[in-house]
Design a protein around this ligand. Structure first.
Ligand code: F6P
Length: 525
């Protein structure tokens, strides 16, 4: 047994879970008229209503005790102090510095001069592009920017560029390409003109196969139209912690924006990885995004555990995963502009906490990150909500709801009404004594995160909320949330299989299934 599952806080929670099992959400609401106000937190312009969860005050007290037992406040302080809490890579975890306005931060190993200088360079570049003074090699103004990147170098900027599209200022259209399948780049380039197209190659390592393949294809596309000499190079910028790699691709050094080993890929959208966002929505909108994240950072750092929004979300997830056996969580933004949020959260949460060995090197005897999935409402209601309401799995849901939009409150009202209807139906069900197949049992938990409007500030707070939630969970599960060793082996295997597939090389040493599939698939001509 692990220290965690043997701990008094864990045992108290297991005992309390048995007590609370009989109570359903309707009973919990009936027993406490102030429940809706009591289980509500406001922070960074967001409101979290967690009253529709299967918890009472005692459950929340015990869960906070679990966080205290894990010394979460000490870990939070340690992250903000720049300690090397990414232990397997001996690195600090300082994405919070990317949105800091402190003159020096952290106290030891101040990174702010580098952060400020990169932000200044971003500002100048965005200004150049938006004013139309960035010209292609044949002197024409750049009209389209294609971001080439994958994982953390794609999902964050892609999600935010869409979410912030209404803040678009004058400037280029932004496109995203991530898949090694050439169809992705081909589709993005359809209708674009080489002379007016610019590429940002975002890769922390600059060794990622998909990104390098797409960058090379983009270069060839430019070269075939603009010639091979200096033309293509003028159409590239890069964001990387490996400037030599970018320069080898021909990116001019003055167009190489920095990344640092103290920023994880999935936490990097606040750096120059966010350039496509700043290009799409303007630098002032990007700075508002940082502002929103900064507000959530202050909240996470200073608020007591029970009133701390990221901590409470983490504790609720642990409650369901470890004490109710939940294996998944659905994220349903009632906003088409937030359509890509579930995909972004999949990497953030599953790459961070999808782990089975703890910080001490021991295999855990408790479940860790659930499968995160979801889609935008209302289309999701006509797809998987049947299972949410009447299926056999316990699936906590996060509803993300926008209060108002600029254009039309009536249309926004339809989204809000649908979101609230779904969360109420999940919680309180609908009896159908004469037709059991129609009955909704209810007692199905959900959170509602309310954004007054879909502003860059609210988005910054929303993303930082999830970053900190993931960290808080990792601390309690005793995981290092900042490495991702699980993805390396597959990359290496693909690297060794590719030449054998293309050149018909030796299949000895491969397992029988792979060998059989190889025989069918490899180029025979
Ligand atoms: O394969 C996983 C991963 O390393 C992610 O953590 C990262 O966001 C992605 O690949 C892209 O990496 P890079 O920015 O170095 O190209």
């Amino acid at each position: 047994m692990s220290k965690l599952t043997l701990s008094p806080a864990w045992k108290a929670l297991a005992a309390h879970r048995k007590k609370i099992a009989a109570a359903n959400l309707a009973d919990l609401f009936a027993a406490d008229p102030s429940r809706a106000e009591r289980f509500l937190i406001e922070a960074g312009g967001l409101v979290l209503d967690y009253s529709k969860h299967r918890v009472d005050a005692e459950a929340m007290r015990l869960l906070a005790g679990l966080a205290a037992q894990a010394q979460l406040p000490r870990w939070i302080a340690s992250m903000f102090a720049g300690d090397p809490i990414n232990s397997t890579e001996a690195r600090a975890v300082l994405h919070v510095a990317l949105r800091s306005e402190d003159t020096t931060f952290p106290e030891r190993g101040d990174v702010m001069p580098a952060v400020r200088s990169a932000r200044e360079r971003m500002r100048r570049f965005v200004d150049e592009v938006q004013r139309g003074t960035l010209k292609g090699s044949d002197g024409r103004t750049i009209t389209d920017v294609v971001n080439i990147g994958i994982g953390g170098s794609d999902l964050g900027p892609r999600m935010l560029a869409r979410a912030m599209r209404k803040f678009r200022e004058a400037g280029p259209k932004v496109h995203f390409v991530s898949n090694i399948d050439p169809a992705d780049l081909e589709a993005a380039l359809a209708g674009l003109t080489p002379g007016t197209t610019f590429f940002i190659v975002a890769s922390k390592t600059f060794t990622t196969a998909e990104t390098l393949a797409n960058a090379a294809r983009a270069r060839a596309w430019l070269a075939s139209a603009l010639g091979n000499s200096n033309g293509p190079s003028r159409h590239f910028a890069a964001v990387t912690a490996n400037p030599a790699g970018a320069e080898a691709l021909g990116v001019p050094p003055e167009r190489v924006f920095p990344m640092w080993d103290w920023v994880g890929g999935r936490y990097s959208v606040w750096s120059a990885v966010g350039l496509p966002v700043a290009l799409a929505a303007g630098m002032s909108a990007f700075e508002e995004l940082l502002h929103g994240a900064r507000a959530m950072d202050a909240h996470f750092r200073n608020e007591p555990l029970e009133l701390n929004m990221p901590v409470v979300l983490a504790l609720l997830e642990i409650w369901y995963v470890n004490f109710f056996g939940a294996q998944t969580r659905a994220v349903i933004p009632y906003s088409e502009d937030l359509r890509d949020l579930p995909a972004y959260l999949q990497q953030l949460e599953m790459e961070s906490n999808g782990k089975r060995v703890d910080r001490d090197g021991n295999e855990v005897d408790y479940a860790t990150a659930p499968v995160v999935w979801g889609a935008s409402g209302t289309p999701s209601q006509h797809s998987f909500h049947q299972l949410l309401h009447q299926g056999t799995h316990l699936i906590p849901v996060d509803f993300i709801v926008i209060g108002r939009n600029e254009e039309s409150s009536a249309e926004q009202g339809a989204l809000v009404a649908n979101a609230l209807a779904q969360s109420a139906a999940l919680a309180f069900g609908n009896p159908a004594p004469d037709a059991p197949y129609k009955a909704l049992p209810g007692n199905r938990p959900s959170s509602t995160v309310l954004l007054e409007r879909l502003t860059p500030r609210a988005l910054g707070a929303l993303i930082a909320l999830h970053e900190h939630k993931v960290f808080a969970e990792g601390v309690i599960w005793n995981l290092n949330s900042f490495d991702q060793w699980g993805v390396e082996h597959g990359k290496n295997l693909a690297r060794t299989l590719l030449p054998r597939l293309l050149e018909g090389g030796d299949t000895a040493g491969l397992d029988a299934s792979t060998r059989g599939l190889f025989a069918r698939l490899r180029n025979r001509d």
